[in-house]
Structure formats: structure tokens, C-alpha cells
Design a protein around this ligand. Structure first.
Ligand code: ADP
Ligand code: MG
Length: 203
């Protein structure tokens, strides 16, 4: 990925979170404490404020900065988890990764989120989007930049009938059923935004 490209991907991810903050807040009001939109907006506004600085860095350093900013600025349960995702990606990605290298780095990054959250897919969290997205990416094939957003959005919708086993929503028990998980929605927004930018440059 060239410098202008990772600038565009990071900018698109940050802007989609800022644009959907109210929706994320509504989702968290239903099964959490209603701060997810605010948390994520605060973190990604800080990312946007440093876009030029990020663009000047090689991809791994830029992702590391994003991760650090998210840990420091998002807060809640999701800040350290999304922060871990970006920081682990940063550790494993070369400056100009191939698709296989992205799939492998995302595999490690998702495993790091699982370890940090003591969670696994099926528990109504961001992992219910991150895990299927990583699998779709690793399986490869044509049209990935179009298929990944579809997979991410379907995976976020699939959290609606789930009962939360981790995070604040788990306090609701059976009453968490029937609502989309806010962190899963955020993860799908990030994937969709990144793919929209990458669609035109897919190898
Ligand atoms: P908080 O729950 O502290 O208010 P947020 O509202 O910002 O934090 O984030 C909630 C989201 O974080 C959930 O929707 C879920 O996707 C994710 N989450 C919470 N706990 C975990 C966990 N243990 N593992 C993975 N994801 C989690
Ligand atoms: Mg919350």
C-alpha cells in the first residue's frame, strides 16, 4: 500500500465512524450504556486530526499510531479492543503488504482481540464480524473488495438474534436478544469503508 492509499483508507474508516456515531449510540442505548458512538467518535476524530502525520509514516507506523490513539481516546471496552486490533496489524504488516500478508496479519490481530477480550465468536461482540471477515479474506478469490463489505454487514446483522455473553450487554441476559451489537456494527463500518477505497486498486 502506498502512502496516499493508506491515508485514504484510514481517513475513510475514521469518517464513517464519525458519520455513524448517532446510530452506534442508539445501538448501545438498547443493550449497553449508550456511549459507544461517543467513544468511537472521540477516538476517530483524534485520528482525523492527525491524518497528515499518519500519511507521512510508513503503513505499519501509521497503523500503530491509530491503535495507540484508539486505546487512549475511545475508552470503554471497545477502545482497548479496537486499539489492539490496529496495533497487532501494525506489528505484523510489512510496509507494502500482499493480500496474503494482510490476511495473515488480520488473523493474528483478531486472535489478539480475542485474547484481550477473553472472548470468542458467537458471544455478540465485534468478533462476530472480525472473524468471518478474516476468513473471507483468507479464502481469497475474485471481487474481495465487494464481497468483504457484504460479509461484514451480514455478520453484523447476524448478531441481532444472539444473546450477549461478553461485555456490558451480557448483563441483560436474554434481553440482549433482538438488537445488533454496537461493536459489531462499528467493525462492519470500518471494513466497508476500507474496502470502498481499495475496490478500485484490487490486484
Ligand atoms: P462499554 O461496553 O465499556 O460501554 P463500548 O460501548 O464502547 O464500551 O463498546 C461496546 C462494544 O465492545 C460491544 O458492542 C462489543 O462489540 C465490544 N465488546 C465488549 N466486551 C467485549 C469483549 N470481551 N470481547 C470482544 N468485544 C467486546
Ligand atoms: Mg457502551
Amino acid at each position: 500500500m502506498t502512502t496516499p492509499l493508506h491515508h485514504a483508507v484510514i481517513a475513510a474508516m475514521a469518517r464513517t465512524i464519525v458519520d455513524h456515531a448517532d446510530e452506534l449510540t442508539l445501538l448501545d442505548q438498547a443493550i449497553g450504556d449508550g456511549d459507544h458512538g461517543l467513544n468511537m467518535r472521540r477516538g476517530f476524530e483524534a485520528v482525523l486530526a492527525d491524518l497528515d502525520g499518519l500519511a507521512a509514516k510508513p503503513l505499519p507506523d501509521a497503523l500503530k499510531s491509530v491503535g495507540t490513539t484508539l486505546v487512549m481516546r475511545v475508552g470503554g471496552a471497545s477502545g482497548p479492543l479496537f486499539g489492539t486490533l490496529f496495533m497487532t496489524l501494525a506489528r505484523d504488516l510489512p510496509a507494502e503488504p500482499t493480500l496474503d500478508e494482510v490476511a495473515s496479519a488480520l488473523d493474528k490481530a483478531v486472535a489478539a482481540v480475542q485474547a484481550r477480550g477473553k472472548s470468542e465468536p458467537g458471544q455478540k461482540t465485534m468478533l462476530d464480524v472480525l472473524v468471518p471477515v478474516q476468513r473471507t479474506l483468507a479464502a481469497g478469490g475474485a471481487d474481495l473488495a465487494r464481497r468483504l463489505p457484504a460479509a461484514a454487514e451480514e455478520a453484523a446483522r447476524a448478531t441481532v438474534p444472539m444473546r450477549a455473553i461478553r461485555g456490558r450487554a451480557s448483563f441483560l441476559g436474554a434481553r440482549s436478544v433482538g438488537h445488533m451489537d454496537p461493536g459489531a456494527r462499528s467493525a462492519a463500518l470500518l471494513v466497508t469503508a476500507a474496502c470502498r477505497v481499495l475496490e478500485g486498486v484490487e490486484a
